[in-house]
Write a protein that binds this ligand. Structure first.
Ligand code: NAD
Length: 199
């Protein structure tokens, strides 16, 4: 069994909750880490990118919107951080493959992957939905988790480990009549995450 002391402050805290380290100790774990954030140009992903950049991560901002991706990179650099923008649609196999090449070509590794892209819009009542709207929900909220995770999992394993964070939603845990297909995709994202984690 791993010695909790040698495994670092976070592992030690799981043995003794009274030893949960202060938040700055957690943030220090980001220093020098290569972090890919999908949908990293705006909203929650933009906040994640900026936070990671502020704590020393080398942030690979991935977004289909070049303007927001560039803006986040400029903000991170203005604050003294390091970041690059990648204009990528995570629904595209070819674009994700190119992204993989760019990240590994620059750093030779990846430490953190945040699969953040997702959208409940357009909000379609189920009785008005169609195979096309189901496919769009799947592509926007679940399929790309498989694609981007597969692209970066082996390099993570090869370099000794890493962290994958999949952003899901409370709507994947409770009944969400507004868009049940979105809710189902988010529940799928959560179950993919826990299943991959114990694999
Ligand atoms: N906002 C909320 O209230 C809320 C609540 C629960 C969960 N979430 C989840 O959090 C995540 C982020 O939500 P948000 O509200 O910050 O989103 P947002 O719409 O504000 O930002 C999403 C970002 O992803 C980019 N993007 C969209 N599709 C893309 C694609 N195919 N490829 C690459 N980039 C793409 C957009 O350009 C944008 O910059 C989503 O997974 C969402 O389902 C959001």
């Amino acid at each position: 069994m791993t010695d909790p002391e040698s495994a670092g402050p976070l592992a030690a805290s799981t043995q003794d909750p009274s030893r949960v380290p202060p938040i700055d100790d957690w943030y220090r774990l980001l220093d020098g880490r290569v972090a890919v954030v999908t949908g990293g140009g705006a909203g929650i992903g933009g906040a994640i990118s900026r936070l990671f950049g502020a704590h020393g991560a080398l942030v690979e901002v991935v977004d289909s919107d070049p303007d927001v991706a560039t803006l986040v990179v400029e903000d991170i650099e203005a604050a003294g951080g390091v970041a690059r923008a990648h204009v990528v649609d995570v629904r595209s196999d070819a674009e994700v493959e190119d992204l993989r090449g760019e990240v590994l070509g620059e750093h030779g590794r990846i430490d953190v992957l945040v699969n953040n892209v997702g959208d409940h819009r357009p909000l379609v009542r189920f009785h008005d939905s169609s195979p096309e709207s189901w496919s769009a929900m799947y592509a926007a909220n679940l399929e790309h988790l498989f694609r981007v995770t597969r692209a970066f999992l082996q390099p993570m394993i090869d370099s000794g480990g890493g962290s994958i964070v999949n952003v899901h939603s409370v709507e994947g845990m409770r009944g969400f009549p507004g868009e049940p297909v979105y809710a189902a995709m988010k529940a799928g994202a959560a179950h993919f995450t826990s299943s991959l984690a114990v694999g």
